[in-house]
Design a protein around this ligand. Sequence first.
Ligand code: NIG
Ligand code: FE
Length: 410
Amino acid sequence: MNVLIVNINAVYGTSDKPLPFKRGAAMSVLESVSKAFIRIENGIIAEVGSMKDLDTHADVTINAENGMVLPSWCDSHTHIVYAGTREQEFIFRIKGMSYEEIAARGGGILNSAERMQNVDEDQLYDQSLLRLNEVMRMGTGAIEIKSGYGLSYESELKMLRVIKRLKEQSLIPIKATFLGAHAIPKIYQSDRQGYMTLLTEKMLPKIVDEGLADYIDVFCDKGYFTVEETDTILEYGSKYGLKAKIHANELANSGGVQIGVKHNALSVDHLEMIEEKEVQALLASETIPTVLPSCSFYLNIKYAPARMMIDSGLGIAMATDYNPGSTPSGNIPFLINLACNKMKLMPEEAINAITINGAYAMEMNQELGSIEVGKVANLIITKPMDSLAFIPYAFGSNHIHKVIVRGKEI
Ligand code: NIG
Ligand code: FE
């Protein structure tokens, strides 16, 4: 089927050559074509041209009504499969408790793990599908989803099977990450080694055998998993063919970045507490640092030094971290506002971080993340606006006119 999107004010994120990901100064460049049309054939971008040269017809014509067109958001770090919400912890934090204090009293990840034990797979699927549909309507066109609220053999498998069902049903591509090392479960608090053994020798082989995960993740941070434990888990992961995407340096300068780089991780994520030496380690690697500013906003913690990272020559990705405890939101226009307002990124840098660089952080940059001939037509058509800066500027508004997935309006 042929689809034409016409009357586009400007198409952003175009490219005439394949992009791996954008680093340093290149992040401030968002190539564009003004007064444009896009032709899509069977869900794939076939042509980006100027309206004045348009001379073809199509089976379906979508009128952009002078809005902008962007590649869909590529959200490379989420935990949208979870059972029940945790607004009570939000109230505790308003009253002055910290995220770590709440966790120490059995809240946090362990609270979600308890709920996970008591939910059946269909209920979990239904809740998670609602969240997936919600973010798709807000323009997310590719997403990574982690396990990590199971923390037992049965519950981790339950989460990963739900992610697999979402993958099979969803119109947008999904990557699955095994995050059994999200926290030490209650019953293993005095037997860490016992949990390590369960994770590496029982869960991992089964998960790989069933083809349930694309990546492996560890929460390598103060109070969670040590550098040594992370090293062991990633070693096992790589033995089973799973690349790493790890949580590092959120709560302390944990050594997580260096251990991620040592294992050639696809990405290291969070990075609120990194310094110059972590930047140097990343510069010498192919690992993409990923920042999660809505987590900083919601927990009232430091923001990752994204400006310094880009100025040092790094390419960064940005993701929502959508989860019940530290970021109950998958709203990317708001994320872009935080990147600009709090991290001092230019709108173009923020958009590159959540499109092409986010796609790289899920190994999807060949198919998604920019508007190139041959790539999948997952696109956002905005309401009319004078410039892209309007997206982070008018941060509470809904900027979406239409969302296109595989060439079709959803
Ligand atoms: O990425 N930092 C670790 N894990 C999640 C939060 C988990 C939770 O509180 O439920 C995160 O922020
Ligand atoms: Fe996370």
